[in-house]
Ligand binder design. Sequence first.
Ligand code: ARG
Ligand code: ZN
Ligand code: CA
Length: 236
Amino acid sequence: YANEIIIPVVINIIEKYDGQVTQEQIDSQIAILNEDFNNLNSRTVNTPLEFSTSVANFDITFTQSSVKRTISNKKSWGTRDAMKFSSQGGIDATDPSTYLNIWVCEIGRGILGYAQFPGGPEATDGVVIGPNYFGETGGNYGHGRTATHEIGHWLNLRHIWGDGGCSYDDFVTDTPTSDGPNYGCPEETINCGTVDMTMNYMDYVYDDCMYMFTHGQNDRSRSLFTSGGYRYSFVD
Ligand code: ARG
Ligand code: ZN
Ligand code: CA
């Protein structure tokens, strides 16, 4: 695409003590997003030959607009959006029509992050990431790819297996059909008669083992930013 898209980000941090989520963590997360959405992830060289022509550059730049913090001793926030409301101890969204809101808080139940797809209520638009999975923290899920994956959802991308068996679709033609998530760091994996694109950001593998989006995914996300599209307010 000819135009670069710029997405100002507001980071809403709900933490146990001031500075629990460090500024270095925030900076590293923004840097990782800018790598992944500009096809600058150094691991993309590992893309298998059969998928190498599918690799896309989304050409989306994320800028750190502001960081908001609040302290809470709540153990886990769950997935029902309480962290998005000051009335419930969280932080209210900053204009979701022109800012991507990221909430960083303990979700609980082993959940790394979750997102709202385009078209949902404005007050809850954005993504939520657990503090241990936000930015560079180390470990299998500590290299910032949960945010890449969740922002993929925020950009209307489905899981590559379409959240169902072989007859379920992610509405993207250049991601091979699969019947479920892949985990860990898989070798070549065949499902539904084709090789799975396990290294796609929209699978469930380890952070270091996901390193690509496809042209079809780029087309699907880009259509949000065209006239009449749900995220056109970011570019008009
Ligand atoms: N929504 C998924 C979960 O919470 C995110 C998986 C992200 N995967 C990753 N390697 N960071 O389970
Ligand atoms: Zn997901
Ligand atoms: Ca597909």
